[in-house]
Write a protein that binds this ligand. Sequence first.
Ligand SMILES: *[C@@H]1O[C@H](CO)[C@@H](O)[C@H](O)[C@H]1NC(C)=O
Ligand SMILES: *[C@@H]1O[C@H](CO)[C@@H](O)[C@H](O)[C@H]1NC(C)=O
Ligand SMILES: *[C@@H]1O[C@H](CO)[C@@H](O)[C@H](O)[C@H]1NC(C)=O
Ligand SMILES: *[C@@H]1O[C@H](CO)[C@@H](O)[C@H](O)[C@H]1NC(C)=O
Ligand SMILES: *[C@@H]1O[C@H](CO)[C@@H](O)[C@H](O)[C@H]1NC(C)=O
Ligand SMILES: *[C@@H]1O[C@H](CO)[C@@H](O)[C@H](O)[C@H]1NC(C)=O
Ligand SMILES: *[C@@H]1O[C@H](CO)[C@@H](O)[C@H](O)[C@H]1NC(C)=O
Length: 264
Amino acid sequence: MLLKIFTSIGFILLTLINHAIAGDPYALPNTTYTTTPSYFDNIQVKFYVFYIYNATPAPAISRVNPIYVFLKDTNDNMANTLQPNIIDLIPGDDGYSDLKRVNVVTGLTNSSGTITSYDSLKNLSNNVKITETDIYVNIPVVGLSAKLENPADGPEMFGYYKGVQFHCFNFGINPAGNATAPIYHVYSSNGTLLATLPSTIPGLSNYTGIWTIYDSTSNVTFPITSFNQVSNLENTYDGTVVNCPISLTSITSTSGPIKKRSRK
Ligand SMILES: *[C@@H]1O[C@H](CO)[C@@H](O)[C@H](O)[C@H]1NC(C)=O
Ligand SMILES: *[C@@H]1O[C@H](CO)[C@@H](O)[C@H](O)[C@H]1NC(C)=O
Ligand SMILES: *[C@@H]1O[C@H](CO)[C@@H](O)[C@H](O)[C@H]1NC(C)=O
Ligand SMILES: *[C@@H]1O[C@H](CO)[C@@H](O)[C@H](O)[C@H]1NC(C)=O
Ligand SMILES: *[C@@H]1O[C@H](CO)[C@@H](O)[C@H](O)[C@H]1NC(C)=O
Ligand SMILES: *[C@@H]1O[C@H](CO)[C@@H](O)[C@H](O)[C@H]1NC(C)=O
Ligand SMILES: *[C@@H]1O[C@H](CO)[C@@H](O)[C@H](O)[C@H]1NC(C)=O
């Protein structure tokens, strides 16, 4: 009985603390995100590093958060939003993920006013319809003045979170939906990172920005530019999932499967 009371007091305290420390978009760092080179099949591609979380064993499916997009009709183009998008989690909140599942909200009227939080959206309950889609978008939430090395890689967007504005980069639809893919870190025996090898790149249907990291150790002295060079090594999952979208502006080759983002 006493244990029960303590657990519930502990729970209330934790809830209050979580509310107090999480959820300030103004506290997110105003980082300028730069790219790091890596190789896929001897092609150099550069990637950014955003949200990292721990998960064991290596998850095939990424953690996902909803993003609420307001449209006239569920089939409307997402560019025709009636008002800024809404999210209910930012970095620092439990369970946050850069990968978001598009939820389309229809039935908004002029008298609804601008919705600025998930709570006020919930309050509209019967007057709006929320449709969960199978579209997953890579949208890291960042500091209000954060920048990208190549701004064209992820156009800036603003939306609402618990009544305040948040800032994010829109890396677009994740072709592989909510799937993760392995990325390989090859170290020398003295611990120097020799190469980072993603297992897919933009332009392929299995491309995802969300990776499970595998580590291996190699004694080679020549540059490692393809997974084939190190496929005999033992790879160990290191317990982390990371959002590393590959910079489209870093992909210069137009041959083979790699193309710039196609227009639809
Ligand atoms: C980031 O920049 C905004 C101004 O755009 C500022 O209000 C905010 O305090 C800055 N965040 C940090 C953590 O410095
Ligand atoms: C909202 O108001 C505009 C004009 O101000 C009107 O064209 C539109 O039909 C109205 N929308 C709804 C859903 O009532
Ligand atoms: C939602 O509705 C409840 C009950 O009417 C109210 O207490 C609360 O303030 C509302 N929240 C928002 C964000 O409108
Ligand atoms: C992952 O995507 C599939 C296909 O859209 C869906 O059925 C499943 O519920 C999703 N899981 C999560 C955690 O989003
Ligand atoms: C993605 O597809 C490419 C081309 O078919 C293949 O080489 C690569 O191994 C695949 N990656 C994953 C993670 O399935
Ligand atoms: C570690 O190994 C790498 C690759 O073999 C080598 O280039 C580097 O000089 C070494 N560093 C140290 C501190 O020994
Ligand atoms: C490098 O490692 C391989 C086994 O992975 C071994 O056969 C080879 O002798 C090693 N080479 C050197 C220079 O240590």
